[in-house]
Write a protein that binds this ligand. Structure first.
Ligand SMILES: [Cu+2]
Length: 175
């Protein structure tokens, strides 16, 4: 019995090694998370009260690809476009500052000056249609792991400054 158990363990280990060595798997998702959004202004009614978000980050041959999907957005926000970005810090309800600034690949690489655009930062702006919105981004870098957040702002992202107005809601992303 013992011998046969060992044999099975050995077979399982081999299978894992083979899977890990398959090149295609090196480009799989490294983050896939979903759940309710946290509110930065819990005492005031907003379009993201009761909304939920799904975030996926996938490593690609040229960097990474991100997808944000938000559902359950209030009817008053129908047709509006909201800025959304990957931020350096975590998502804490009622504390927009905890999310810190945008994740910026130049800043993380120690480059100066730091360029602010849709190739150094992950911008996931979305427009609300039927209570839902999807934002996508492809960037030439893979963000470093950590406890970070996707922050949704009141306005579309200004392509010159990266600004998008007040922070409304967030979702923690950790990998
Ligand atoms: Cu932001």
């Amino acid at each position: 019995m013992l011998t046969s158990t060992r044999a099975r363990v050995a077979v399982g280990t081999t299978a894992i090694v083979l899977l890990t060595a398959t090149p295609a798997l090196a480009f799989g998702p490294f983050l896939r998370t979903s759940g309710p959004l946290r509110d930065f202004a819990p005492t005031a009614a907003g379009p993201f009260d009761g909304a939920s978000a799904r975030v996926q980050l996938v490593e690609s041959a040229s960097g990474s690809h991100a997808v944000l999907t938000v559902k359950g957005i209030g009817a008053a926000a129908e047709g509006r476009t909201f800025g959304a970005h990957l931020h350096d810090g975590p998502c804490v309800a009622g504390d927009g500052a905890a999310a810190m600034g945008h994740y910026n690949s130049d800043a993380h690489a120690g480059h100066s000056p730091v360029a602010i655009n849709d190739e150094t930062e992950i911008w996931l702006d979305f427009t609300v249609v039927d209570g839902e919105g999807t934002g996508t981004a492809s960037v030439p870098f893979v963000p470093e792991h950590g406890k970070r957040s996707v922050v949704i702002h009141a306005d579309p992202t200004n392509p010159q400054t990266g600004g998008a107005g007040a922070r409304l809601a967030c979702k923690t992303v950790e990998w």
